[in-house]
Design a protein around this ligand. Structure first.
Ligand code: G3P
Ligand code: MG
Length: 249
């Protein structure tokens, strides 16, 4: 699609980094992805209470750190004191929560591509998240190595207001493809449609491609499913174990 930057989507993208081998959404998870020969990662972005953008999936830090508070109750200093690695394994003890800034510096250094998911959890403002995170990502990564996606139409609309299609690829993100997906994609001039592979059908993937969008399936961890969705025309699949899907050799 000439209206968009020439995003070279790879066949496989690491979900939250290499989340099968390292604590999700951390610098280590990204380093592990690159080490395995995979050049793109999907990461979740949210804001702390002091509006610092960080890479984190949940609304609180209980599952993936030694803390228990909600993100909106933390400052950057509080977050820096958390151990976001030990829950995954002792080898990762002391791994901090990554700020978006630190993560972008690493991705830039490793020459990697990023699917940045604007994760709008309850109690968070989608437009504020987009305004804090998207310009920063665009400053650090070239347009062909960045896709911003979200379940939130409001976050996507705010991101589109920040940058025209030619400068920023946007992806609509769905668990199940809604009936009005075309209208939603047109509203933000989307580049890609990201779908939960468990509910995606061949007909849907074909329709998405025919409409001029790249289809991306998440989170695919079974090799048989990977082959099937590629055959159906998915441009890319997002996996917890991306190296398992690299071509042999
Ligand atoms: O971006 C694809 C996928 O990450 C969306 O779901 O919950 O893993 O962020 P979740
Ligand atoms: Mg995600």
């Amino acid at each position: 699609n000439p209206a968009h930057p020439a995003v070279a989507l790879p066949p496989v993208i690491g979900h939250r980094g290499y989340s099968a081998r390292a604590p999700e959404n951390t610098l280590s998870a990204v380093i592990e992805t690159r080490r395995a020969g995979v050049r793109w990662v999907e990461l979740d972005a949210q804001l702390l209470g002091d509006a610092t953008p960080v890479i984190w999936h949940d609304r609180d830090v209980g599952r993936c750190s030694n803390g228990r508070r909600r993100l909106i109750d933390l400052t950057r200093e509080d977050a820096a004191r958390l151990d976001a690695g030990r829950w995954f394994g002792n080898a990762f003890a002391g791994e901090p929560m990554a700020t978006l800034d630190e993560m972008l510096a690493l991705l830039d250094e490793l020459d990697m591509g990023l699917n940045l998911e604007l994760k709008v959890n309850r109690g968070h403002d989608p437009a504020v998240l987009a305004h804090r995170a998207v310009p920063e990502a665009m400053r650090r990564l070239p347009p062909e190595r960045l896709i911003v996606s979200s379940f939130s139409a409001r976050a996507l609309a705010a991101a589109r207001n920040i940058a025209p299609p030619r400068r920023l690829a946007l992806g609509t993100l769905y668990k199940r493809l809604p009936v009005d997906w075309r209208r939603r994609c047109e509203a933000i001039d989307a580049f890609s449609v990201h779908l939960d592979w468990r509910y995606a059908t061949r007909a849907q993937l074909v329709a998405i491609r025919r409409a001029g969008y790249a289809a991306v399936c998440y989170t695919v961890n079974e090799p048989a499913a990977f082959a099937r969705y590629r055959a159906w025309g998915a441009a890319s699949v997002i996996s917890d174990d991306p190296a398992a899907f690299l071509p042999a050799g």
